[in-house]
Design a protein around this ligand. Structure first.
Ligand SMILES: *Cc1c(COP(=O)(O)O)cnc(C)c1O
Length: 356
């Protein structure tokens, strides 16, 4: 029986995508070949790569606006350094909202001066800093839209004249926004778009080519753009499954429909966290992420009981990250509302059984 999968990443993907992707392993496009054994230069795969890049731009509303989409390897972690390699000449500004921002900052420091404009480290990253100033003489401003580990999300992005770079790994394609505000967006596929192994980069071409350093080919966005994301062998299967997921998002009504689904799931769970006398939320209420809900037991007395109950309810992946503890329910695009209902029912049942 399929589990209710709350895993933070790699994570649940649509059941229809699993079906089609498994078929392609045996016989891709009725070619008599597995997708795993064909050349990445074959017409069949080239069209997968083109469709994936096109769908990414289309869903984000960025077609014909000077952007290129790339599917690269090395994860979002590689982007921490690739961004700085390509954009940091003298100084960069970073907002520190968690583990991933902290890692991005560490890499960028290797390339130049770093201005950390604000940080929520003082409260173990349970909120998003606001009202900070972005220096106008920085080469770019970097932020993390959704903090997967701490369960916070930036709702309003700052206005700035310098290029805006955003790590959207865990909420890309989950909510509507004016994506043309951003000059570079990157996202590891395995949170909301596909399997592990590829990373989407959407970059406005005119911000590139401005640093004086030499950039190794594999690190150079311009090289990857020049080769249509096929400078070397791409992660063929990961790109294919991502493409299927992007098709699924489009068929369901695009990002707008995803946002509505996600809002309904988030409301159901957060309302229960707030109502239930056994639990308390971790993230500041106004910054709560619809993607990753973090919460704790008010007392650990009945922890064993609750853990046993959700496992018996066929729920997977509910344990919080070790730096926060407690619980984390990741509710990415593909998680059905019914799975959230099962969790909420389990929480209610637990309160009845163990509450006073
Ligand atoms: C998971 C995650 C990363 C790291 O992704 P990798 O693909 O494992 O390198 C970076 N940023 C955010 C926001 C994440 O959730």
């Amino acid at each position: 029986m399929k589990k209710h999968n709350y895993s933070a990443g790699p994570c649940i993907l649509p059941q229809e995508v699993f079906q089609e992707a498994s078929q392609a392993i045996l016989n891709f496009n009725d070619s008599g070949l597995s997708i795993l054994e064909i050349s990445h230069r074959s017409a069949d795969f080239v069209s997968v790569m083109e469709e994936a890049r096109e769908l990414a731009l289309e869903l984000l509303g960025l077609q014909n606006k000077g952007y290129k989409a790339l599917f690269l390897q090395g994860g979002a972690s590689m982007q921490f350094l690739m961004v700085a390699y390509n954009l940091l000449e003298k100084k960069a500004a970073y907002l520190n909202t968690g583990t991933w921002s902290t890692k991005a900052i560490k890499e960028a420091k290797l390339f130049g001066e770093l201005d950390e404009v604000a940080s929520s480290k003082d409260k173990n990253f349970n909120y998003i800093p606001k009202g900070y100033k972005i220096p106008s003489d920085a080469d770019y401003f970097h932020c993390t839209s959704n903090n997967t580990i701490f369960g916070t999300q930036i709702k309003d992005f700052p206005e700035t004249d310098i290029p805006l770079v955003c790590d959207m790994s865990s909420d890309i394609f989950s909510r509507e926004m004016d994506f043309s505000k951003f000059d570079l967006i990157y996202a590891g596929a395995q949170k909301n778009m596909g399997p592990a192994g590829t990373t989407l980069v959407v970059v406005k071409e005119d911000i590139l080519g401005k640093v004086s350093r030499q950039i190794p080919s594999m690190m150079d966005y311009k090289v990857h753009i020049g080769k249509d994301s096929m400078f070397n062998t791409p992660a063929v299967y990961a790109v294919y499954v991502s493409m299927l997921t992007l098709r699924w998002i489009k068929a369901k009504g695009g990002i707008k429909a995803m946002e509505e689904r996600n809002a309904a799931k988030a409301k159901l769970l957060y309302d229960e966290i707030d109502r239930n006398s056994m639990f308390e939320g971790y993230a500041a209420v106004e910054d709560r992420s619809p993607m990753n809900a973090t919460f704790n037991l008010k007392s650990d007395t009945h922890k064993e009981t609750f853990d046993k109950m959700w496992k018996e309810a066929n729920i997977n992946g509910l344990n919080g990250h070790r730096s926060v503890g407690g619980y984390r329910a990741s509710m990415y695009n593909a998680l059905p509302l019914e799975s959230v209902q099962v969790l909420v029912d389990t929480m209610k049942e637990f309160e009845k059984k163990s509450g006073k």
